[in-house]
Design a protein around this ligand. Structure first.
Ligand code: F6P
Length: 340
């Protein structure tokens, strides 16, 4: 068996742990040959295939990012591209492909299966918004990064008697903002699942500032006011999704105007996807990689690996994609206990 692996979509800490696990288990347990496809599905179209002997994955477990590179390239963008992908996979004698990616990548991989490509998916996103799996690797690292930022923002907010607004990633869900907000002791957390009211926010902050001189507000990039919509940056990505961002600045402007309290914004952006994965994500990513190889060995193609409780199970890609896992309302209620 010649097994290929590609990483697609936004990068996230833990990708290299998956690559390492796939190569080591495929080679050592099954004596298969491993091949890396560069830059997601783009490398399949341009013919960028590299051999992955076990020494090629030595020392990458702790490294952030992906040694293969990634992209948001869609292999189905047009007939010619798809034909080139299929030709190159045949030319390089690839028997199966492990696709590590988010919802968009997994859905594209499902379509490639219909064209005869044996695919096993590994769900990946810091957003933790893939409904079929309890959690995705990369999420806990992003939560830790945001929590560390909230801790640091506390000292400068307190020193300047300011309202510090921290905008997090998460696309259309608030998992990162909600979990990091709880861990960091945020005074308010705004998420897309709960459209907010400027009146209520400002009333709560005004009340708090009668007894406190600073506040920390964590806002997910997809959050929006009641009756409004998320702030986007215009262009669409290869899977037709808009880039998010900017709500933090709108929030700061409105709060400062209404309360006349200095408000400053930090947009963490890509810092949330960078650097070394936390231990939890290294372990989960390693488990995903080994499970994906076992699924391939059992011929469980057109499935992706999902965490259910303590178990990793293969889920049909068609069944497990297309549903966004919104932030848990019960967890939000816990967080609300500490607002204000
Ligand atoms: O899906 C992961 C993610 O980091 C989102 O949280 C964010 O909105 C998006 O990717 C950014 O996409 P890009 O890397 O294409 O700018």
């Amino acid at each position: 068996m010649r097994l290929a692996i590609l990483t697609s979509g936004g990068d996230c800490p833990g990708l290299n742990a998956v690559i390492r696990a796939v190569v080591r288990s495929a080679t050592d347990r099954h004596q298969w040959e491993c091949v890396g496809i560069k830059n997601g599905w783009k490398g399949a179209a341009t013919g960028e295939f590299i051999p992955l002997p076990t020494y090629a994955v030595s020392g990458i477990l702790y490294r952030g990012g992906t040694i293969l590179g990634t992209s948001r390239f869609n292999p189905l963008q047009d007939g010619e591209t798809t034909a080139r992908v299929l030709e190159n996979l045949t030319l390089h004698r690839i028997n199966a492909v492990i696709c590590v990616g988010g919802d968009g990548t997994l859905r594209a991989s499902h379509e490639m299966t219909k064209l005869g490509v044996n695919v096993v998916g590994v769900p990946k996103t810091i957003d933790n918004d893939i409904a079929a799996t309890d959690v995705t690797f990369g999420f806990q690292t992003a939560v830790q990064i945001v929590t560390d930022a909230i801790d640091r923002l506390h000292t400068t907010a307190e020193s300047h008697n300011r309202i510090m607004i921290l905008e997090t990633m998460g696309r259309n869900t608030g998992w990162i903002a909600l979990c990091a907000g709880i861990a960091g002791g945020a005074d308010m957390i705004l998420i897309p699942e709960r459209p907010f009211s400027y009146d209520k926010i400002c009333t709560m902050l005004a009340e708090r500032h009668k007894r406190k001189s600073f506040s920390i507000v964590v806002v997910a990039e997809g959050a929006f006011p009641e009756g409004g919509k998320a702030v986007t940056l215009g262009e669409l990505d290869a899977f037709g999704r808009p880039r998010m961002g900017g709500i933090g600045y709108e929030l700061a402007h409105e709060i400062e105007k209404r309360l006349n309290i200095e408000s400053r914004v930090t947009v963490l952006g890509y810092v949330q996807r960078g650097g070394t994965p936390v231990a939890y994500d290294r372990i989960l990513a390693t488990r995903f990689g080994v499970a994906a190889v076992e699924a391939a060995a059992e011929g469980k193609f057109d499935h992706f690996i999902a965490l259910r409780g303590e178990d990793l199970i293969p889920v049909p890609i068609a069944d497990g994609t297309g549903q966004t896992k919104m932030a848990d309302p019960k967890l939000f209620e816990v967080a609300e206990t500490f607002f204000g």
